[in-house]
Ligand binder design. Structure first.
Ligand code: SAH
Length: 496
């Protein structure tokens, strides 16, 4: 098993810095004993212009077989014969990835005390793996590495060069080249993707594999187009681990997406001046009340009516509603939940959480979480508010939110507000056919919202009624629609 890493340099930035970055001196061949055999690091070439480090792993095949048997994997289809006739010793496979992380652990983490500035910057890299087992062939190899900034040369290795008609083996000769990646990123790509391509992970998949995967995947896996295949193969198709990994990656992805959105709201709308369009409404008494304030008032009124004291603000954004709730002592527990860390940071600042007295602080919590996953922390509250949140989810994710809120958290009262798209013709600044906010994935008519709400209520044992927020236009209805869901007594009794 064999892998080489080459970089090039100039006198001010000699290629031999690779030795510092890998924490392995170019003048010495070094040997390490790893759990599956012996790893050697040596430098076939090392000068100012070009430096190559080679990692060579001698696998102890017998030990490997014993180990996998003792871990209960002896029942694999290749168990009997393949124990002694297997390709493990000479294929670059997941074992190489294990060796990579054992021998180059600091480099993998991007730590280099001698040359910290070089560890942090991209460098020209060429990685060669002469025999890479690749289920999925050269096409999959390209699909995995190209989105990460590698130029990929992947050629299937013939089963036997003397008999081309026998076709290709499952090995690929791989060359990766890039000058946009740090060494740490490059090593972490290999650490994850070599076993993914091998797809025959040899060792027991422990629960902390998810942590390992996410650590190695930091900065790239959450936005990789083949993320599903990568997590599933890496975690040996263990469903619960794969699911956990995907949820955590989804959080990372959403946290990034929604950050830009918060920025937009920050810049576009001076605080407390209106809806996301910046429009103001209801000038009947000469003094405009921003729609956002009217919405908050309608929500507070509905919560008081319902007699709620313990309230979840789901998708709390920058915490305006949480702040309003805290002003009323009847609300004893107020929890703001949002996927965006940035929004929560702004909310914490707005609430002056760090300077709050103990008593007040005990009434409020801000939690990061995604509403499209069930969350135990959300159980046991009187009411949940989804104010201007559902339209930020892609429609296919909406059933997941529905289940998490109405099915799993299952509070007695749920309030949902969303724009009424029919009203958009009344916004002067809004070009026809446009939604009110760049991040709205959909905006519904009154009929669409009512149909959705009725189905949800029916499915989860709630009754629902609808209230206008803002001026109720005789033709197009109000700018905001509010649905008030209340658990029906029958379901409440059943739960009790
Ligand atoms: N409730 C606030 C903010 C609405 S903006 C108000 O009425 O003003 C929508 C908010 O939903 C944003 O803060 C966004 O980060 C959050 N959000 C979007 N998708 C989410 C998800 N899947 N889970 C949790 N929060 C989400």
């Amino acid at each position: 098993m064999f892998l080489t890493i080459t970089t090039t340099g100039v006198p001010e930035r000699p290629a031999t810095d690779l030795g510092f970055l890998l924490h392995k001196h170019p003048d010495r061949a070094q040997t390490f004993s790893t759990s599956h055999g012996t790893a050697h690091v040596l430098y076939p070439e090392a000068d100012v212009e070009r430096c190559t480090a080679a990692l060579l792993l001698e696998v102890d095949a017998v030990a490997l077989v014993r180990r996998s048997k003792s871990k209960g994997r002896g029942g694999a289809p290749d168990a009997a014969l393949a124990q002694y006739v297997n390709d493990r010793p000479y294929a670059a496979s997941s074992l190489l990835a294990v060796a990579l992380s054992a021998v180059f652990s600091s480099a993998l983490r991007g730590v280099c005390r001698a040359r910290p500035e070089r560890a942090a910057e991209p460098l020209p890299l060429r990685v060669e793996v002469p025999a890479l087992p690749a289920r999925g062939g050269p096409d999959l190899v390209r699909a995995l590495f190209e989105p990460l900034g590698w130029t990929v040369t992947a050629r299937a290795v013939a089963l036997d060069e003397g008999f081309p008609e026998w076709g290709d083996s499952r090995y690929v000769r791989l060359v990766l080249e890039s000058d946009t990646l740090t060494l740490s990123a490059a090593l972490r790509h290999l650490y994850v993707l070599l076993p993914v391509l091998d797809d025959a992970k040899h060792y027991w998949v422990a629960p902390d594999e998810v942590d390992k995967l996410l650590r190695a995947g930091e900065g790239w896996l959450h936005q990789h187009p083949e993320q599903q295949l990568i997590t599933s193969r890496y975690l040996a198709r263990r469903w619960s681990l794969t699911r956990e990994a995907r949820e955590r990656l989804e959080l990372l992805r959403l946290a990034e997406t929604d950050d830009s959105e918060v920025e937009e709201i920050d810049n576009a709308v001076p605080e407390e001046t209106g809806d996301e369009t910046g429009e103001e409404t209801d000038a009947s008494d000469g003094k405009a009340v921003p729609l956002a304030v009217q919405r908050r008032d309608a929500i507070l009124a509905a919560l008081r009516e319902a007699g709620a004291t313990r309230v979840l603000d789901l998708g709390c954004g920058q915490g305006q509603l949480v702040q309003a709730l805290l002003k009323d002592v009847r609300f004893t527990d107020v929890v703001g939940v949002d996927v965006s860390m940035r929004a929560l940071t702004i909310a914490a600042r707005r609430l002056k959480l760090d300077r709050m007295g103990e008593r007040q602080a005990s009434r409020v919590q801000l939690l990061q979480g995604s509403l499209s996953y069930t969350d135990r922390r959300l159980k046991g509250y009187d009411a949940a508010v989804l104010s201007e949140v559902i339209e930020h989810l892609d429609l296919p994710r909406l059933p997941a939110l529905e289940y998490a809120v109405f099915g799993a958290a299952h509070p007695r009262t749920v309030l949902v507000t969303t724009p009424n798209v029919e009203y958009n013709v009344r916004w002067e600044s809004l070009p026809a056919g446009h939604v009110r906010h760049g991040d709205h994935r959909f905006e519904w008519t009154r009929a669409q919202f009512r149909a959705w709400a009725a189905t949800v209520a029916d499915r989860h044992g709630y009754a629902v009624d609808f209230r206008p927020v803002g001026p109720d236009d005789p033709e197009v209805g109000p700018p905001t629609q509010l649905a008030v869901f209340t658990l029906t007594e029958r379901t409440e009794a059943k739960a009790a």
